[in-house]
Design a protein around this ligand. Structure first.
Ligand SMILES: O=C(O)CCC(=O)C(=O)O
Ligand SMILES: [Fe+2]
Length: 171
């Protein structure tokens, strides 16, 4: 965030109000002839995600291009990507990556993901430094737990633009 000009105190403050969730995932290999979907297309709801994989020949993680026209393979060993809250905090300067896991090999794939997320009851919003005429405020301040709940239920569950649906100011 420092590279986006956000002052140091804010970063310290942010780190103090962040918790991390670590998740281990196992994807069984598939038959040579079939292409299995290991995890359907989604965006992560946290701030940043770091993923590490075992040494499978085919990483399988794919990220959708910004124009939505096709999927590109992501670096198979270590991936760090921005999630919904990164998009909010940087006021749209980065966008949350739509991604999925496809399985095309017989090997078992293991991954571990580190997901940083807010550990605060304060409303989440972009700092003033991120708002200017070129980047007018994009999102209403919101409560993370309520947003998370929205993405787990009903229409929010499969909504790849869930963040915009939930709190965009540009509807
Ligand atoms: O297993 C992976 O490579 C990615 C998993 C993922 O996207 C997630 O857990 O949100
Ligand atoms: Fe993900």
């Amino acid at each position: 965030m420092e590279s986006f000009g956000i002052y140091e105190n804010y970063i310290d403050e942010h780190l103090k109000s962040t918790k991390c969730l670590m998740r281990m995932m196992k994807y069984n290999g598939v038959d040579e002839t079939e292409e299995g979907l290991g995890m359907e297309a989604h965006t992560d709801r946290n701030v940043l995600t770091i993923v590490c994989l075992n040494d499978v020949a085919d990483g399988g993680l794919e990220v959708k291009t910004k124009d939505g026209s096709h999927w590109i393979e992501a670096n198979p060993l270590k991936i760090l990507h921005s999630s919904s809250l990164g998009e909010v905090l940087l006021n749209g300067r980065v966008q949350s990556a739509v991604h999925r896991v496809v399985r095309m090999g017989t090997e078992t794939r293991y991954s571990s993901g580190l997901f940083s997320m807010p550990n605060t009851e304060d409303l989440i919003s972009a700092p003033e430094e991120m708002v200017d005429p070129e980047y007018p405020r994009l999102f209403n301040p919101f409560d993370f737990e309520a947003y998370y709940k929205f993405t787990c239920e009903g229409s929010g569950r499969r909504d790849l633009s869930g963040l915009k649906t939930y709190c965009s100011l540009l509807k």
